[in-house]
Design a protein around this ligand. Structure first.
Ligand SMILES: Cc1ncc(COP(=O)(O)O)c(C=O)c1O
Length: 368
């Protein structure tokens, strides 16, 4: 019994972490190895940092002192050239301690009636919103958003493409048209799509297009696109000056700067030939095995095709026609799709989200 008085926000500890703990117990009990497709990081391969680490001077002053509150200049320039083809004003970038921290700061900073989430969404959104006393609601399709853009004024819409948990990707032009419509109707768009950069091509102009909309906030992360979830680096971009001023204050009192080593490491990966080579190789191997895994699941008629009619399954997740319990019988860890929705829990009880960014040879073995 605690004698302390505690402020209970109503946010819950992640169910996905709980599933990982259960798998550990099962492994101990049975002595068998479980395939952890419940996780959310690309693990076909690790990014090879061996040629990048020698480029870093661990004894330099900039490694030791407080980094600038909005992020180190070198990293911000690297982000500008990698994500925006050098077209944005770097003062509009704020480096964060990963995407989770970035989203927390966004929810803390914007003043909206509600944030509209997709029907199937990453559970952390709801919990972050609870902590920040932000109300949420649901949208069921992009068409619905577009048709109702005018009545959404004063609200925000969150878009995640490729989506977590569905792993599907919509056409860029359709997404840009939708964002324009929402933007023009004074609806804030929170663009949180950390899986996009795994699949997008060099010179991609999508973020460059997004960056000019006054009501769009881009949230990004290096956890997925270069497999560095351990470094806790992400960023936020907006051209709204009032938002950026308040965000700076919130970030200062939340983080007091983001770890200098992690920022320098990401900067080197984005800017040095060795780093760029390692990132390309990481993504090439990741995509190659993801594609083979999708093909295998399709062949075995396991893919829940109803989710991929007007969008394509791309990864790093897909939905399969098996429940969490059924997959467990084959020693496969997954997350039931009902964890990711408020509206369709019953209807999706026989479906699960699996991470397919794992080595094809191993996935094939477990899905025999
Ligand atoms: C949709 C989505 N957004 C953001 C994040 C944040 O990741 P991180 O805090 O590691 O940057 C995740 C991580 O799983 C995610 O799935």
């Amino acid at each position: 019994m605690s004698s302390m008085r505690i402020k209970h926000s109503g946010a819950k500890y992640s169910a996905i972490v709980g599933i990982g703990e259960r798998l550990k117990e099962l492994e101990l009990e049975s002595g068998d190895k479980y395939l952890r497709l419940n996780r959310g990081v690309p693990s076909v391969t690790n990014i090879d940092l061996s040629e990048i680490v020698p480029l870093i001077d661990f004894d330099s002053p900039r490694m030791k002192v407080y980094p600038p509150n909005s992020g180190m200049d070198g990293l911000k320039t690297a982000i500008n050239s990698t994500y925006f083809n050098g077209t944005i004003y770097e003062d509009n970038i704020h480096v964060s301690a990963g995407g989770m921290n970035a989203l927390d700061m966004v929810f803390k900073t914007i003043d909206v009636d509600k944030v509209f989430l997709p029907e199937f969404y990453w559970g952390a959104y709801i919990n972050l919103m609870k902590i920040n006393s932000v109300e949420n609601s649901t949208y069921f399709s992009f068409d619905e958003l577009k048709e109702n853009a005018a009545s959404l004024k004063g609200n925000a819409v969150l878009i995640c493409d490729p989506n977590n948990p569905i792993g599907n990707k919509y056409e860029d032009q359709m997404l840009l048209d939708l964002v324009k419509e929402l933007n023009d109707n004074d609806v804030i768009v929170i663009w949180d799509s950390p899986y996009r950069k795994i699949f997008s091509k060099d010179g991609d102009i999508f973020y460059e297009h997004l960056s000019v909309f006054k009501n769009v906030i881009i949230v990004e992360s290096f956890s997925k696109s270069i497999g560095l979830s351990g470094q806790r680096i992400g960023f936020i971009h907006s051209i709204d000056t009032d938002f950026n001023t308040e965000l700076s204050i919130n970030l200062l009192y939340q983080n007091n700067g983001v770890n200098a080593f992690a920022q320098i490491l990401v900067e080197k990966i984005l800017t040095s030939p060795q780093g760029q080579k390692a990132a390309i190789e990481f993504r090439r191997k990741t995509i190659s095995d993801i594609n083979k895994n999708i093909e295998l699941l399709r062949k075995k008629n396991l893919l829940a095709e109803e989710f991929y009619h007007d969008s394509i399954p791309i990864g790093i997740f897909v939905i399969v026609k098996r429940s969490e319990a059924q997959l467990l019988e084959s020693k496969i860890g997954s997350v039931g799709l009902s964890y990711f929705t408020k509206t369709e829990k019953e209807k999706v009880s026989n479906l699960s989200r699996i991470c397919i960014a794992v080595p094809h040879s191993i996935l094939k073995e477990y899905f025999k």
